[in-house]
Design a binder for this molecule. Sequence first.
Ligand code: OXD
Ligand code: MN
Length: 596
Amino acid sequence: MKKNKKLQNWVNEITQMCKPDKVHWCTGSEEEYNLLADLLVQNGTFTKLNEKIRPNSFCAQSDPDDVARVEDRTYICSLSKEDAGPTNNWEEPVKMKSILQNLFNGSMKGRTMYVIPFSMGPLGSNISYIGIQLTDSPYVVCNMKIMTRIGDKVLEALGEGDFVHCLHSVGAPLEKNQKDVPWPCNKTKYIVHFPEEKQIWSYGSGYGGNALLGKKCFALRIASVMAKEEGWLAEHMLIVGITSPQGDKKYIAAAFPSACGKTNLAMLTPTLPGWKVETVGDDIAWMKFGSDGRLYAINPEAGFFGVAPGTSETTNPNAMKTMNENSIFTNVAITPEGDVWWEGMTNKKPPLLKNWLGHDWTPESNEKAAHPNSRYTIPANQCPTIDPNWEDPKGVPISAILFGGRRADFIPLVFQAFNWQHGTFLGSIISSEITAAAVGNFGKVRHDPFAMLPFCGYNMGDYFQHWIDIGKMTDAEKLPKIFYVNWFRKDENGRFIWPGFGENIRAIKWIFERIDNKPDNFVESAIGILPKADSLDLTGLEISNESLREILTIKRNKWIDEVTNIRNYYKIFGDKMPSALIDELDNLESRLKVNP
Ligand code: OXD
Ligand code: MN
């Protein structure tokens, strides 16, 4: 096949720098996947799972020092520091390139460099974009095959067009006759983005978002910059289609920080009879305006890279079915029968396992069976609830956007923004307890605006302004309505007050009715529009009036403290903080003072 000239030149240039033994252009075929999987089994990276239990599936155990995204090693190297903003690491791009060139020099010796043409989004969609990843990790190629659309068909669609340059090396060159390790990586790690050049250079890690560059690096950090330049939105959001018992269907997008149950919500099994939830995406949404002035979303990915622990037939039966075959697991435990297990997968713990560190494990062990950030990589088209329109090149029209975080205290179950600007304010004040998806401060509450804190490729103050500007690009009534939800309230004994999971359909039903402007189901409050006491459908749910009151009323003093927290947080954005959002904060404060 005729290859893109710019691509050929780039591949030559990187080959000279990284000095791989071989270069392999990925075709994306099944045979290629099988050969690479065999190679990974031979090298000890993959353990093949029992073919009878989980056909064509593998488990990898990573180096114990390479288990999550490394936010402190992640950089946005824009030309000016101000364009990276106060929430990103920054280094002068020329200096950073020279550090990286030194590291990449000879970094692929003894290895094969794979050229992976990949499309984020369905080929032929005007919302999709193409990237090329060069990597020395066959594990990455196998994961990219599930998570994106790769190979010849992408090169064909690319023609002589432009693409996002994604360079990746695990940073572990092999000398002649040096035996490889199962999970090559380097203690030095750099995940670097050059937003003006639309380039990504990732060094030293083979894990998840550090290494599968289509996901966080391209589809969020680089795409957020493209979206700002071109007038669209690249967001850390799931997308679902919700159908009411009357057959009315609406699509909703929702942003939550990492490991806050996005995949569970994306594949929710509703407990209310007659309601249906269908999955478009579980992590990222790209949204552009259609000719009718509405926002249309695609899921740029083709698979789910979900957190395994806690996933079970009870919490997410659809994810469990999606991973029945053709799946890759990373850092979970392996049973003596050759299947996988993780904490929360079954009520009864298996008597004996090999844990993610390869140690013998029994229920009495002090170690975890699976790493808390262990993952499954599974094809979206195997999901029983996959939406019939999930690959529609036009995207799906979005009627509502949900923001949320993991907050044990005071934030109500659900409330609606007064309008787009107030909704933008709600996105900007998301805060959440930190989870295991990134290395660091587990459990502490941190501000995570729009759930984009680790993923915004430019100054977050400009990002807030971009959201406000998007709201002015169409008629107000064509914009999605905005809501804030919190499934994670706990009582004073640390028990969850709201049952969550499939029961969340009750909050979604209320949202559905608010989209249709149903009268009499709401009360206006200082923080937004709350459900009227009897307007949540609680049929068949045992929840005390006291608990319900607890999750639907406003804790005025806590909110007043929160206003102070937000005001301090906003200060870090200096002049870039849009005055419209400061006005929203002032207005919230005044409303709290007069009206509890
Ligand atoms: C993810 C994350 O892996 O947000 O999706 O960390
Ligand atoms: Mn995510």
